[in-house]
Design a protein around this ligand. Sequence first.
Ligand code: 4NP
Length: 147
Amino acid sequence: MTRSVLFVCLGNICRSPTAEAVFRGLADGRGLHIDSAGTSGWHDGGRSDPRASAEALRRGYDMSMIRSRQVCEADFDRFDLIIAMDSQNLADLQAVRPKDSDARLELFLDYAPEFRVGDVPDPYFEDNFETVFDMIETASKGLLDRL
Ligand code: 4NP
């Protein structure tokens, strides 16, 4: 049974906090523990990217309480399911995963096969927040259907 889900990207200010907020909104009432983190600590303690927060508000989600943090070894104990936003994030997670961890590691867009891509693109540089939100909303619904 999946009781806890951690979303992971590189900076934890664009894609994974968006996934955290969207998934939390859609999973309302299911009692899941939902969080996000970055493979880097570049933005530790920082707020989500204002472009993401603004798009979230337009769609009815709240990212204002989320602060960036780096993924840590304990996350592999605390979470049943760890979801990477792209294949580089997945490889970075596999490299630091403790051998005795039971956490499942998955790629987010496996839950949204209709996009026919494996990676959620990085909107920090591409500035394509609407596309990224569309992908994240679709994958979140796909994941919720499977839990
Ligand atoms: P994220 O996007 O991994 O979706 O949070 C990025 C945020 C910041 C940087 C790169 C990607 N950066 O280079 O600072």
